[in-house]
Design a protein around this ligand. Structure first.
Ligand code: WT7
Length: 654
């Protein structure tokens, strides 16, 4: 915990004392209204968590009811055992009987400005068609399908089509490189890759099909077919037999595709996320529990109503896009808004303009975006009428109180509650958050665990720490949407999450509870970075660096950054007589971007003749973090930096 205590951002958080009771005007009509209502649910969730979740599960449509709510053989949970259901049926078919049939399910806007609307009926037909198309490619229940698409409706359609026939999707963020894609596709053993000719980003085309070709050329033996969506009209190479145009294969099939009755524990998706080692972890989620909890949280955390237009700005490449763009809101019959492109493209007010034009009422985004908007100036949101907004959410990293206040006042006009939602790829759904009509909020705190969630802050042995002190954030009891395992590596699942502190789920986050029991997330305590709300492993970036022919050794650390939360700082020793030049720094930054993806490009690269190490040979990361946070890289940035003296001074402490 030493490292994070020292960060300025944390000091600011620790000083924050303000508390805002739920807005009376909002609470009046909220689904869960008033502290008492929350307390009642909280008590119910504590007394009998299984019953609490069984009540939540009754909002879902089951083909066959479950026999047992929970079977828990630590660390393996099965929820709603014996139940049969289909997630796509819950997101689509069951809404077709009443008024929702012709309601917009997806309103989508491309970066280039075109708007498409799909009603529930239309989405149902598109999903059924694509599911049938997947079948013609030989995709069967349990087969894995990789999805490497820009943020277009077809991304949601492909996911729902997999869910409809019981195929397991693995969405790979379109910003990842060919190599990162290949690694994930191979680990999952995907039979099909669904991609596009390209995607729009800041006016340029991201050549996705090229990346797929490159990945397949290097080697992805399980992949038999590639489906290509025409999006940018980019010239691409096409391999007959292997490659299929999306519009062609769907034109040969019908819209009749019954939703498979799947076991509650049938695997739904694999989503790769970074851990503390170099290899990304394939987090596996299953059907029933995941649906129950994403639906419950979408409805209650966002106070979702019939008329809302709900916009979560995440890409479907991340878990937020799975749970709170696609599955949770569609399961609730909501109208979701999706925007394909970059936030401030072509103008800094693009988001606010779209909020007015589409009358968005619920807006859910990341603190890093809020800080970026704050920086470009209030005049941009002020140009637009944002009165359609009624609730704001944040996710992905701790929000600094300054950004929280700006969000509340400038975007929310002091009339929209803010829900700061804490969760992870592994948790599947929000675990800690305010309920907007019932919880007093404090800027920078995710407030309290939701009903049915048993979260705590403990020391290394698992003993709760006194209120006011820092410790490890853990979850004591299984929850329905928790990850079931790491794909192909159950040992890592046990080791990573259930062995660090015996008997409880280890989140990897440090946290503190204040005198009111409120949770303040302090950030990761492992070698995982959070850059603009994206999770990256220091080891993964180090491996990318040492794969470059000039690099002998590399150490990567995070340093506090006002905009991104954390910025990536790389310390590099060069091979032999390679001269340390400015150009080489750029070459190495570009190299990482090519190997992993632009999100992993280091903010700075610093050359050193040796990395500071302890006597036992461990890299002194704490020292490097301090040096990296020290700000200014010396004027002559090409000279080798010598950390040996500093390292000696710190020997005893590390
Ligand atoms: C890590 C999980 C869950 C969706 C996006 C990220 C950090 C997430 C908050 C929050 C403080 C947060 C944690 C967590 N985090 N939400 N509201 N306040 N920190 O998912 O990539 O799996 O990252 O993001 O450090 O462990 P992810």
């Amino acid at each position: 915990m030493d490292m994070i205590k020292e960060e300025k951002a944390i000091r600011v958080l620790l000083k924050e004392r303000r508390s805002f009771p739920p807005l009376a005007s909002f609470a009046e009509n909220a689904l869960i209204s008033g502290a008492k209502a929350r307390a009642r649910l909280q008590v119910a969730g504590r007394r009998d968590p299984e019953k609490f979740w069984a009540v939540a599960a009754s909002a879902i449509s089951w083909f066959k009811p479950w026999r047992k709510i929970l079977s828990w053989k630590a660390p393996h949970a099965k929820w709603f055992v014996g139940g049969k259901l289909n997630l796509a049926h819950n997101c689509l078919d069951r809404h077709l009987d009443g008024a929702t049939r012709n309601k917009a399910a997806i309103i989508w806007e491309g970066e280039t400005g075109e708007v498409r609307t799909l009603t529930y009926l239309q989405l149902h037909r598109e999903v059924s068609r694509f599911a049938n198309a997947l079948k013609t490619l030989g995709v069967k229940r349990g087969d894995r399908v990789a999805i490497y698409l820009p943020l277009v409706p077809e991304a949601a359609i492909a996911m729902l089509a997999c869910a409809r026939i019981g195929a397991v999707h693995s969405v790979v963020f379109a910003g990842f490189s060919a190599e990162a894609l290949r690694e994930r596709v191979n680990d999952a053993g995907a039979k099909v890759i669904v991609t596009a000719d390209g995607g729009w980003r800041k006016g340029g085309v991201v050549r996705l099909k090229d990346a797929v070709d490159e990945a397949l050329k290097v080697g992805a033996p399980t992949v038999k077919s590639v489906v290509v969506l025409k999006r940018t009209n980019t010239d691409i190479s096409f391999m007959e037999k292997r490659d299929h145009w999306w519009h062609r294969i769907v034109s040969n099939v019908t819209t009749d595709c019954p939703a498979a009755a799947l076991d509650s524990e049938h695997p739904l998706f694999i989503l790769y996320t970074s851990g503390s080692t170099g290899k990304p972890k394939g987090v596996l989620h299953s059907t029933g529990g995941y649906l129950v909890q994403t639906a419950w949280t979408t409805k209650n955390v966002f106070d979702l109503r019939e008329k809302d237009v709900y916009w979560c700005t995440a890409d479907v490449g991340w878990v937020t896009g799975h749970s709170y763009v696609v599955y949770g809101p569609l399961a609730c019959g909501a109208t979701i808004f999706m925007y394909e492109g970059a936030p401030m493209y072509p103008r800094p007010d693009r988001f606010w303009e779209m909020i007015e034009r589409h009358q968005i009422s619920i807006f859910y985004t990341a603190p890093t975006a809020i800080r970026a908007f704050m920086r470009v100036g209030d005049e941009h949101p002020r140009k637009w009428n944002l009165t359609s907004l009624r609730l704001l959410g944040t996710v992905g990293e701790p929000i600094n109180p300054e950004a929280w206040s700006w969000y509340k006042t400038v975007i929310g006009d002091d009339r929209c509650p803010i829900v700061d939602t804490w969760w992870q790829t592994e948790t599947g759904a929000i675990l800690i958050s305010a309920l907007p009509g019932a919880t007093a909020t404090k800027p920078g705190s995710a407030t309290l665990p939701l009903p049915g969630i048993d979260a705590d802050v403990v020391d290394k042995k698992g003993n709760p720490v006194p209120l006011g002190s820092g410790g490890y954030l853990v979850i004591r009891r299984p929850w329905p949407s928790m990850l079931r395992t790491i794909w192909g590596d159950d040992a890592r699942f046990r080791e990573q999450y259930w062995s660090q502190i015996p008997g409880v789920y280890f989140t990897g986050d440090g946290a503190r509870r204040d005198k009111d029991g409120y949770f303040w997330i302090l950030g990761r305590i492992d070698d995982v970075l959070n850059v603009s709300g994206h999770r990256l492993s220091t080891m993964e970036i180090e491996s990318a660096l040492v794969a470059h022919p000039t690099v002998a050794e590399a150490a990567v650390v995070g340093r506090p950054d006002e905009l991104q939360g954390q910025a990536i700082s790389a310390f590099v020793t060069l091979k032999g007589s390679t001269p340390p030049t400015l150009e080489l720094k750029d070459v190495l930054r570009e190299h990482v971007s090519r190997v992993i993806g632009a999100i992993a490009r280091p903010a700075d690269v610093r050359f050193t003749d040796a990395l500071p190490k302890t006597r036992s040979g461990k890299i002194m990361r704490r020292l490097l973090r301090e040096i990296a946070s020290g700000g200014a890289v010396r004027g002559d940035v090409t000279t080798l930096e010598d950390f040996s003296i500093l390292a000696k001074l710190q020997q005893s402490e590390e």
